[in-house]
Structure formats: structure tokens, C-alpha cells
Ligand binder design. Structure first.
Ligand code: LIP
Length: 291
């Protein structure tokens, strides 16, 4: 199920046809790759934490900031009338109706510990990216700079992995039994949220094949898209953690939703093949009071 594009009311200054979608996708790929190469090549020795956000564990490094600066310059250099919503510097206005939702390093804790599971996520969205349920991604890319792989998609264009300059179409696993499903998830930065997420995990664990915790929502959603896991769920995410991955998973055949008919967002994101999405969703909705 690809994301449906209802462009009415989104104040777009140009028609959102396949040509524009293709240009946005190519720009997302180029920008994500440039920032990906930068965070690997320029990682300073003894990289440290320069600040924290929602808790002492929600860390920021100088490279998160510099990668975001690079992404903003790259995207606005090509499309100066677009808006941007970034993890480090927040929102900047635009007039085109397109907003770039960017995560300069998704999996920052992995980056800090040099665990090879972090990425750069870049998505073009329509609607109000600051309001849950009022926006949707239309083109996007997730670059894993250590493998050099770039996952990318545009609406109704399918999902692909770019590896060694060759594009390969990707699709979700056709699994239809939750007990035989490998599920990825993640945990927030605030202790009370983690405690509740731990309770949900404890309840789900006996009902699935196993759990994987990679540490990057964007890479987890791309793992659903290419079938290295069968499903992913997490609560407490920001738009920049899930924007590009949402579209890539959806264009690879996943059902991507929130809970209780709400769009994917901070409350929850649940992504899985159509064979198991319903059963995973109803379990999570039943456990939702635990959240
Ligand atoms: C991370 C997400 C991850 C989640 C972490 C954090 P960040 O984003 O990608 O899924 O479990 O708590 O939100 O902070 O590395 O951009």
C-alpha cells in the first residue's frame, strides 16, 4: 500500500507529478549521501557530547549539528523556497508547500559508540510536518554511510536500495504468522517511557519469533522494506526519525500506521507486511494502556 497523495489544501506552488517527485527523490538521495560521507570522513577523534535534549541520554554531538548544516545548505541550494524541519535546528519557513524533514544522524548513540548502525534520513513531505496526522512523505532517502547503501522511494514509484551505483527494487517479507515474525523495536530517552515500553515488550516477546533493537528508527523501517526484519513498532518518535522510512516501507509493500486509526507519529508507528500488520496492531492496541 503506497501512501496516497491528496495534494489539495497543501498549498503546493507546483503540480506534484512524477517529474517533480523524481526530482525530490534524486535530491534526497544526493543530500543524504553527501551528509553520510561527511559524518564518516570528518568524525573527530574523541568525539564527545556537546549537549542533551529530552533527557541526559538524548545526546547531541558536534557532527549532528554540522551534518544538519550541510543538509540545509544542500537542499536550500537546490530548492530555496522549500521549508525545513530538522532535529537540531527545528523549523524554517518556505513558500513552495514542500517541507524537508531531516535527521542529520539517526542513531546518534550508535554513532557516539561507533556501533555501525546509524544513518542520515531526508524526506520531502506535504502538509503541516509539525502537526501529527497532518503531513505525509512524498519522496525520501535513508543513507547508511558505512555500507554505502541508500534506501529511497517516491510516491507510487516503488522502493529501492542503491548499492555500488546499482538500484535494486526491495519488498517486504510475505510472512503471515506473528509467532514466526522477527520484530524490531526501540526505546525512548526518558526513563518512565522506557519502563512502559519494557512492559509492552515483555508482553509481546512470547508471541513473536524474536526482537531486534538496532537503535535507528530509519534503519529499522528500511529493514522492514527490504525484509531483514518482518515488522517494526515504536512509540515516542519525532517526524524526522520516521518520515523517509515510512514512505520507503510503504512503497515496499508494508502497511504503516499508528494505533487506533491515527497516522504514524509520536504516539506510535507500526510497520509490517499486510499478512501480520493487523495481528501486531491489535496486540499493541490491546497493550496501549501500558503506554
Ligand atoms: C533514535 C531513534 C530510535 C529510538 C531512539 C532515538 P536519534 O533517534 O532512531 O529508534 O529508539 O530513542 O529516538 O535520537 O538517534 O535521532
Amino acid at each position: 500500500m503506497g501512501a496516497t497523495v491528496n495534494v489539495s489544501g497543501h498549498g503546493l506552488s507546483e503540480p506534484l507529478g512524477q517529474q517533480l517527485l523524481g526530482e525530490l527523490e534524486d535530491l534526497a538521495v544526493a543530500a543524504a549521501r553527501a551528509a553520510g560521507q561527511f559524518i564518516v570522513a570528518e568524525r573527530p577523534r574523541g568525539l564527545g557530547v556537546v549537549g542533551t535534549k529530552s533527557s541526559i541520554n538524548d545526546v547531541v554531538t558536534v557532527m549532528d549539528q554540522q551534518s544538519e548544516n550541510l543538509l540545509r545548505a544542500h537542499l536550500l541550494g537546490a530548492r530555496p523556497n522549500d521549508a525545513i524541519l530538522g532535529e537540531e535546528d527545528g523549523a524554517s519557513e518556505g513558500t513552495s508547500g514542500i517541507t524537508w524533514v531531516i535527521d542529520p544522524i539517526d542513531g546518534t548513540v550508535n554513532y557516539l559508540y561507533q556501533i555501525p548502525a546509524y544513518c542520515v534520513s531526508v524526506a520531502a513531505v506535504i502538509g503541516d510536518a509539525g502537526t501529527p496526522g497532518q503531513w505525509q512523505p512524498v519522496a525520501g532517502a535513508v543513507c547508511n554511510p558505512l555500507t554505502g547503501e541508500v534506501y529511497h522511494a517516491r510516491v507510487r514509484g516503488g522502493a529501492y536500495i542503491l548499492r555500488d551505483e546499482r538500484d535494486t527494487a526491495i519488498e517486504v517479507n510475505p510472512v503471515d504468522v506473528l509467532l514466526e515474525s522477527l520484530v524490531a523495536t526501540g526505546f525512548g530517552y526518558r526513563a518512565e517511557v522506557r519502563a512502559r515500553q519494557g512492559e509492552v515488550l515483555a508482553a509481546i516477546l512470547p508471541e513473536i519469533r524474536d526482537i531486534r533493537r538496532a537503535g535507528s528508527a530509519a534503519l529499522d523501517l528500511c529493514a522492514v522494506a527490504c525484509g531483514t526484519v518482518d515488522a517494526y513498532y515504536e512509540s515516542g518518535l519525532n517526524p524526522w526519525d520516521l518520515a523517509a522510512g515510512w514512505l520507503i516501507a510503504a512503497e515496499a509493500g508494508a502497511v504503516v500506521s499508528g494505533l487506533n486509526h491515527i497516522a504514524p507519529g509520536a504516539a506510535a508507528v507500526v510497520a509490517a507486511g499486510p499478512g501480520i500488520h493487523g495481528s501486531l496492531l491489535s496486540r499493541l492496541e490491546a497493550l496501549a494502556p501500558l503506554r
